[in-house]
Design a protein around this ligand. Sequence first.
Ligand SMILES: *Cc1c(COP(=O)(O)O)cnc(C)c1O
Length: 401
Amino acid sequence: MSEAFERLKQREQALMCRTYSRYPLSIVRGKGSRLWDVDGKEYIDLLSGIAVIGVGHGNEEIAEVMAEQARKLVHVSNLFYQEEQLDYAEKLLSTSHASRVFFCNSGAESNEAAIKMARRYQRAVKGRDAWEVITLENCFHGRTLATLAATGKHTEGFEPETPGFGRVKWGDLDALERAIKPTTAAVLFESIQGEGGVFPISQEYADGVTQLCRDKGVLLMCDEVQAGMGRSGKWWGYQNFGLKPDVFTSAKAMANGLPLGALHATEEVAQGFDYGSHATTFGGGALVTAVGLKVLEIMERDRLVERAAEVGERARARFRELGERLPGTISDVRGLGLIIGVELALEPEKCRKVWSTLMERGFILNLAYGKTLRLLPPLNIPEADLEAFTETLEDVLRSIA
Ligand SMILES: *Cc1c(COP(=O)(O)O)cnc(C)c1O
């Protein structure tokens, strides 16, 4: 490691709360699908800041809008009507069946809003004292106290756990049916589990959940924070399964790196919120929504959603071929569009070695659950970058496996 990097590392250790075990890298610049570290080394970015930089680093059109809006108006608060917010809301709502949005600043906040809306809808509109939200094992919904309880992990030391959440086995409809009680307000799940290692739900599960929710008056809520915004090859992951959730949430890629999250609801369930029910100071300000609108325009013009489906399908085919060429190295290739999991069939320390060697060789990606290489590249990544990655992965697997 260089002296420049070591200095940064030491300052981080002295100044920051000890919450992150960071990758041994400091990134200083990005362009498209490329990143450069503090020593000038170039990388291909297959992580996009965890599914955030959908239309690429250093995007000129985004930078232009950002600069222009920054000079015009950044923030006035939600006490005012803002045209930027409405222009964005209109465009955003055209991507789904939802008819109302609430803007916030992160994935966890969008899920908090969804949980609040579900509880209040059941009570104020349906007259049911139902508050419990059922989630699926291995899920991730955020790190605030309520979304932690929804997630059911990372809770140690933060007790008492926020009540009102229960978890059932992923993909098990019988377990879900048994778990639904008169006090159940909603089921919340990721159409494609991201942090959990890239697991899309099955069509059978999608159909079954819909049936159960409809039969029992329970709201169907999808967390699209990671798989949404075109990454799955549809605007929203659940659209791959023909679902029509009452509420869904989004965040990560909405404003290409600026903090923006949203709750999207049907007209019916949006009645759960009334004037004064929920609020945020920053949520959906003029700057972030102007940028969000540009993101949607770029995605539409460049057909990035359709492209994600096509490019992702070809990438998965290449990984499967690689697995056949090198038996015993790859145990599964999963995903939809450009959310891809390549599960390695190797010992934990070898998986880590594969991942760290890939990074040394210029590819930034994530290792989920210690064994799944998770790819979340920018949606406009050149296909040659993905081909280069497959070649390097083959090389690395040959030397390490
Ligand atoms: C990242 C993520 C969240 C949390 O988003 P934050 O912006 O970190 O609060 C919630 N749900 C899913 C599916 C995510 O991937």
